[in-house]
Every structure is written in C-alpha cells, then in structure tokens.
Design a protein around this ligand. Structure first.
Ligand SMILES: Nc1nc2c(c(=O)[nH]1)N[C@H]1C(S)=C(S)[C@@H](COP(=O)(O)OP(=O)(O)OC[C@H]3O[C@@H](n4cnc5c(=O)[nH]c(N)nc54)[C@H](O)[C@@H]3O)O[C@H]1N2
Ligand SMILES: Nc1nc2c(c(=O)[nH]1)N[C@H]1C(S)=C(S)[C@@H](COP(=O)(O)OP(=O)(O)OC[C@H]3O[C@@H](n4cnc5c(=O)[nH]c(N)nc54)[C@H](O)[C@@H]3O)O[C@H]1N2
Ligand code: SF4
Ligand SMILES: [Mo]
Length: 713
C-alpha cells in the first residue's frame, strides 16, 4: 500500500465515530450466505456496507445481490405502519385498528361463506418457525383447509419427483463438500452461476480435479460455459433427452446390475420401454445429435462417480415431476446414489426453499413432512397442538388453484404473507382480477408491492436484518439467522403478527409464543418421527455445529450428511424407477401458426424473483433497469425486429412490451424473458394455466408466443 493510500485510510478511519456490526444471512437465495451489516457513523451520517462471514457452506463469499441487500432493507419505501384502504386510498392505522378489522372481517366472512372461504398464501422466504406457524394458524386459528405457498411454483416438481422415486425429499442427497470430488456431473436446467453464485467454487474445483461437466439448457449461460459438453435442447424436451441417455447407457452395458437388483424396483419396465424408442426420433425432438447424446451417456455411465443437479429449467414444466423422475432413473440405473461423490441435487431456490416445504404450509401437508390425509399423522399433530383430530381441516388446493377458487366464489378472503403473486403466478391478468374480486385481502410485506396495492389491509413486517429464526439451506442444513437490527417504525415480525391475530380471534392458548426459539421448540416436537425430523436440532446445537443437516431425530445423533447409503425412504427400502412415457409431453404448449415461437422465462444475476426488493436497490437496479427479450439475430430479422427496440409479445393469455436483445447464444425457435418486472413487463401475463398433474406446477418454462416490433402493433 502506498503512503498516500495509508494516509487516506487513516483519515477515513478517524472520521468514523462509531461502528456497529449486525450478524445476519442474505435474504435471497438458498445458499443463505452468512453476512454482517456494518453501520458506521461518520459525522452525522450513517453509512452501511455488507460483508461476508465465514461458514461451512458459502465460506465467507457473497454475490452482488447479497452485498447490496441492505439497500432495499434500509430503503425509505419500507412500510412502517399498518395501512387500511378507505374509499380506495390507504390510510395509516394503529395495530389495534388493524387487528380489530381483521377480526370483524374474518368472522363475518366465515359466517357468510363458510370456514374455507378464508385462505392463506405463504412463502419459502420466511423462517422455519414462521412457515410452521402459518400452517398452524390456518388450521387452528382460522380452521380453513385453504393454505398453500409460493414454493408450489418453485420446488414442487423436484419435491414430488424425489418423494415418488426415493420416498423422501431433501434437495441435496450429499453434502456440498462432496461436489469437488465427483468425476462427472449433469446440470439439467440450472443456472447456478447466476442463481447461486457462491456455490460456483465447488463446481470449479470439480472441474479443476478433472470432472466432466454436461449442461442441458436451451441457452448459453454463465453456467453452461463451465461445461465440457452443452446440450442446447429445445425447451421442454428433457424427458426425451433423459430417456435417450439412459437408453444408450443400458445398451452399452454401463449399468450397475447389483445396485439395480438390491436397491431398486421397476428397472425391467423402464428398460423395455426404452428399447422401443429410436435415437433418431429423440434427436429430432430434442435437437441434440446422437453423437452428443452418446458422448454424455457414455462418460456419465463409465465414470466411477457422478452427480445430477436439476433446477427450474426442467422442473417448471407441466410434466416437471416426470422429468425429474426420468433423470433420477439415470442415477439409479448407474448406481450413482447413496455413495461418496455420487448423488442428486435439486438446487433449491429461495432462502428457505427447503425448510418451508417441510413444516405444513402446503395444502396437503402437516409439519415434519407429514400428510394431512394420513390419519396417524393427523392424530399426532392434533395431539401436539392440543386439539381434537376432527377439528383439523382436510386437504386444500395448490397456489394457483386458490385463485381459480376465488373466481368460483369458493374463496372470498385471503391473507398473503411474503409473496407477490400478481407477478409470480402464471396467467397473471387472471390472478390480478381474482384478487380484486375478494371481499377482504390482507397482505403482510416489507413494501407496497403490486399485490399489496390491491389489498384492503397491508401489515408492515420485519426483514432479514431484524427477524431472527432458522432457515434450511440448499444442502438441507438448518442454520440460525441471528438478526438484531432495530425494528423500523411499527413493523412486527411475521410470527408476531400471526400470534397477535390468533389472540384477537380468541385462540391465544394455541399461540403463546414470545420468541422464535419458543416456536422452534414446538416445531421440534411436531416434526419428531416425521420424514423431515428436526427433533435433535436446537438453537444451541446449530450455533455450536455451524448448522445441522436433517433428518436429525435425536440431540445425541450427528447430522445426516449423506442420504440413502443403505436404504431408500420407501417402506420396503427400495427406490422406485419410473417409466416416463411420451404421453406426459402431449399436453405441453407447442409452437403453432398463430404463436410460432417458444417463450422460456427465468432470472438474471442482479434481480430476485418479482424484483420487489432488488428493484429498490440502486446498485442492482442499475445493472438491469428493465425486462428484455433474448432472441437469436436470425429470428429477430425474420420478425422484422431490430436490436434494442421495443417488441410486443403476445400469447393466448395476454401481451407484454419489452426491449429486444439479440444473441446467438439462444436457440432460433426460442426467446427468453426474465420475470423480475411488473405491469406491462410482467412476463407471467403470457404464461398459461395448465398444471402438472401430480404437483400442480405451472408451465413457466414453455409458452407459445408471437412477436412484433412495437411500431407495427
Ligand atoms: N439472481 C437470482 N438468483 C436466484 C433467483 C433470482 O430470482 N435471481 N431466484 C432463486 C429461486 S427462488 C430459484 S427457484 C432459483 C432458480 O434457479 P434456476 O432454476 O437455475 O434459474 P432459472 O433461470 O429459472 O432457470 C434455469 C435455466 O433453465 C433454462 N431452461 C429454460 N427452459 C428449459 C428447458 O426446457 N429445459 C432445460 N434443460 N433448461 C431450460 C433457462 O435457460 C435457465 O438458464 O434461483 C434462486 N436464485
Ligand atoms: N415466469 C416465471 N414465473 C415464476 C418463476 C419463473 O421462473 N418464471 N419462478 C417461480 C419461483 S421459482 C418462485 S420461488 C416464485 C416467487 O414468487 P414470489 O413469492 O411472489 O416472489 P418474491 O419477489 O420473493 O415476493 C416476496 C414478497 O414478500 C416481501 N418480503 C420479503 N421479505 C419478507 C418477509 O420476511 N416477510 C414478509 N411478510 N414479506 C417479505 C417482498 O417485498 C415481496 O413483495 O415465482 C415463480 N414465478
Ligand atoms: S443471493 Fe445467494 S449467493 Fe448471493 S449472497 Fe445471497 S445467499 Fe449468497
Ligand atoms: Mo423459486
């Protein structure tokens, strides 16, 4: 360091009068990087910066979103008081008025329209304690069956696929530390470089160690650049591709007979089915040459260890569950699971994408991954909650289907916690109309989001800087987010809001909690003996061990880092392979004369989900100020579209206007639009309402569309 620089830093240091440090975790993705907010008082101004903090998963790294997260959390638009809509305008009210209003409206609606007319829409960005409490709140305080959450749009097909095949769903079957040692990996529809950037060094190390990396994605991305082989398939043809790869593996005798015999069922049916497929047809459907398929299949089959990672690219399809299962077939047939450096990773998305799908905010689920339609499971949870089993409601419907229920007048009120469905749900114009139709909409948020603007009552909540609790990261590691930044205005923690509403409704006996830890203590018991067993995990233990991986049935037992070493989680201990036929492809949106292009959607590095948070951060917003359409230059020319001009995109469901961005890195039959923007740039106005038959996942990754330059519209 030069003399001049030293002097600069010394002078700067002297001006800093006080410095405070707040520990927390990033509010964004499933890496849950540990971080510190540094608050420095310089003369009369407070200055903030975020730095990474060492831990076993992210090893002190942060990406650009994490580094700038405080910009939205400290933004002046943060809600600081409850807002009640009076004559179409929001007016600030006290919590007492807000809670009284909720009591009056909820009671009246349930009297008029029945108990199930109330609905609850949750999130995988809240803590485990809050996700657990939200499920209990719906079933015990409101006694409604209608609860579901945004994870339905995210992890549902990976979760259902893993449950069907393995009998259990924890995103990563192996610890993240094993990745650098695997010999071959398939990255199917995952863009980790932009979506979980701090995970990249694990994959880069694998590559340095000689691993062969195969990426499957219709676009070139920062992730596919890492690959030795990029299979740039036509969107939505991943089932054909996975079947083709397994066919080659079987025909080249690269399977693990002993593993198949001892550990799996249904291999023979799969083999029979695949033997009747023709590689030429698969090459035709997918756009991948037979030689590329052979290369991928033989390397994966031949290497001593291998891992498959999937994410929303293959999962957000109306046959997402089947697609996941087709890839899991490959792992099972080659015996590459339940062993060191071999396994599956469904790369979770949201900060608590894993934990929030385990503790009962899904329509069909009770805590600990129990099922609401299983009488033993019902009895156990009813006992923990101190209610009669007959008082527990039954199974509700999935996230998007709740909006259909509103349209049918079966649901007339909704409480949304930590989600912005007007932007994130398919068929967004319909969803907006449905929300407008409600008699009473309550939204709990940090900001007046596009969804919150439609509410009758908006409740201000606390952020990752202020709200303590546990979150389960991409590995299945339960982490404690310590958060102690002073609460802004009259905002309250999400869990506190639930307790106060429950108290107002006369259910205080069931919601006596004074801290997140007290809720966690009840969650431990509620999850005990379930598939996602957290009983052995305590706050103290998490602090001592830097997180604990579930299942952890006893405080004396170690974390479970590798799953399925001796048996799978089905009752007979065997994994179930599945014949995944072409039939499940038939409902998929297809390009046609009127809508000749395929639209796929996804993310960019600097924005997060509906953009409600990242668009408030100047440093992030500056990187991408608006939505865009990625298009191949030849396709752009065919449609008379010039670079960087406005384009109207139409589908059967609606239209949007975005700017063109030409790139040879995308297929000619496909365009890509990220989904982080609102109003006329909201790409979900184009996405249809078909859902996966098993998990109700929408078709975010394929829509049939048409495009026109705006001046010709
Ligand atoms: N920067 C950033 N990071 C995020 C998020 C964010 O919004 N922004 N969100 C978080 C959340 S909640 C999630 S769920 C994850 C999502 O993480 P990812 O699933 O990795 O992200 P996506 O961009 O949705 O899709 C991944 C890739 O799938 C490809 N794809 C599209 N269609 C197909 C197809 O038919 N087949 C195949 N094989 N691939 C296809 C896309 O081109 C894209 O590159 O990211 C998390 N991290
Ligand atoms: N076209 C298309 N659509 C998609 C996807 C896609 O790939 N393509 N991906 C889907 C996926 S994977 C996901 S996960 C969903 C996500 O969809 P959403 O859940 O709608 O997305 P977010 O932007 O996270 O919305 C969170 C809202 O909660 C607020 N918030 C933040 N923190 C807190 C908190 O602690 N408490 C409360 N109460 N509020 C808080 C934020 O301000 C924001 O308004 O979108 C889905 N939609
Ligand atoms: S967005 Fe994800 S990778 Fe980036 S800092 Fe946050 S948790 Fe880490
Ligand atoms: Mo997600």
């Amino acid at each position: 360091m030069t003399e001049l620089m030293l002097k600069y830093f010394r002078d700067k240091q002297q001006k800093v009068q006080t410095e405070k440090v707040y520990n927390t975790q990033c509010p964004y993705c499933s890496m849950q990087c540990k971080m510190q907010l540094i608050e420095q008082k310089v003369v009369s101004r407070k200055k903030y910066k975020t730095i990474g903090q060492d831990n076993v998963t992210s090893e002190g790294r942060l990406c650009v979103k994490g580094m700038n997260a405080h910009q939205h959390a400290l933004h002046h638009d943060r809600l600081k008081q409850p807002l009640l809509k009076v004559n179409g305008k929001f007016v600030p009210v006290s919590w007492e008025v807000a809670l009284e209003t909720i009591k009056e409206k909820f009671t009246q609606i349930q009297q008029e329209d029945g108990k199930d007319a109330l609905s609850v829409y949750g999130s995988a960005s809240i803590t485990n304690e809050e996700a657990y409490l939200l499920g209990k709140f719906a079933r015990v305080a409101l006694q409604t069956k209608h609860i579901d959450y945004n994870g339905r749009l995210c992890m549902a097909s990976a979760a259902t696929g893993a449950n069907q095949t393995f009998g259990m769903d924890r995103g990563f079957t192996n610890s993240i530390q094993e990745i650098p040692h695997t010999r071959c990996m398939i990255l199917a529809g995952t863009n980790i470089a932009e979506c979980q950037p701090t995970i990249m060094p694990y994959f880069e190390k694998a590559k340095e160690n000689g691993a062969y990396i195969i990426a499957i994605d219709p676009r070139e991305t920062s992730t596919t650049k890492l690959a030795d082989l990029h299979l740039k398939n036509k969107p939505g043809t991943d089932i054909e591709l996975a079947n083709g790869l397994l066919k080659i593996i079987i025909e080249n005798d690269l399977i693990d007979e002993a593993f198949i015999q001892e550990r799996t069922d249904h291999f023979d049916e799969v083999k029979d089915y695949l033997s009747n497929l023709h590689l030429e047809d698969i090459a035709d459907a997918t756009g991948i040459s037979i030689s590329d398929m052979e290369q991928a299949a033989t390397v994966f089959g031949r290497e001593a260890s291998g891992m498959i990672f999937t994410a929303r690219g293959i999962e957000q399809q109306i046959n997402g569950t089947d697609t996941v299962r087709a890839f899991l077939n490959i792992l099972l047939a080659t015996g590459k699971i339940g062993k060191p450096y071999s396994g599956y990773g469904a790369v979770t998305g949201q900060g608590n994408g894993q934990g929030a799908r385990e503790h009962g905010q899904k329509a069909d689920q009770l805590p600990g991954y129990r099922l609401i339609e299983n009488s033993e499971h019902r009895k156990y949870i009813a006992d923990v909650w101190g209610i009669d089993e007959s008082c527990l409601p039954g199974k509700g419907v999935s996230a998007y289907e709740m909006f259909e229920k509103i349209n049918e007048d079966a649901i007339t009120s909704m409480m949304i916690m930590c989600s912005n469905p007007v932007i994130s749900n398919p068929n967004a114009n319909f969803v907006k109309r449905a929300l407008k139709k409600l008699k009473f909409l309550v939204v709990v948020d940090l900001f007046l989001s596009e969804t919150a603007q439609l509410a009758d009552l908006v409740l201000p909540t606390t952020s990752y800087l202020e709200d303590e609790g546990t979150l389960t990261n991409v590995e299945g590691r339960v982490l404690l987010r310590e958060a102690s930044f002073p609460i802004q205005g009259d905002a309250k923690h999400d869990w506190k809001i639930l307790c106060e509403i429950a108290h107002k409704l006369g259910k205080e006996a069931y919601f006596p909690f004074q801290s997140a830890e007290e809720i966690f203590e009840e969650l431990r018991i509620a999850s005990r003996g379930g598939k996602a067993d957290y009983y052995g995990i305590t706050y103290d233990r998490i602090k001592k061990e830097q997180g604990v991986l579930w299942p952890c049935p006893s405080p004396d037992e170690p974390s479970t880092t590798r799953l399925f070493e001796n048996s799978f989680a089905h009752q007979d201990g065997k994994a179930k392979m599945a014949v995944v036929t072409k039939q499940s492809q038939s409902l998929k949106p297809k390009a046609n004369k009127q809508y000749p292009l395929l639209l796929t959607t996804g993310r960019v590095m600097s924005h997060y989900l509906t953009g409600e948070q990242t668009r408030k951060s100047p440093s992030l917003a500056a990187r991408n100020i608006e939505a865009y359409m990625e298009i191949h230059p030849d396709t752009a020319e065919n449609f008379g579209i010039k670079e960087n001009t406005l384009v109207k995109i139409n589908s059967e469901k609606g239209w949007i206007i975005v700017r063109s961005k030409c790139s040879k890195t995308i297929r000619k039959d496909t365009i890509f639009v990220p989904f982080h923007w609102d109003e006329n740039q909201n790409v979900n106005r184009l996405v249809g309402d078909q859902l996966d038959p098993y998990c109700r996942m929408p078709s975010f990754k394929i829509s049939a569309v048409n495009i026109r330059p705006v001046n010709n519209v």
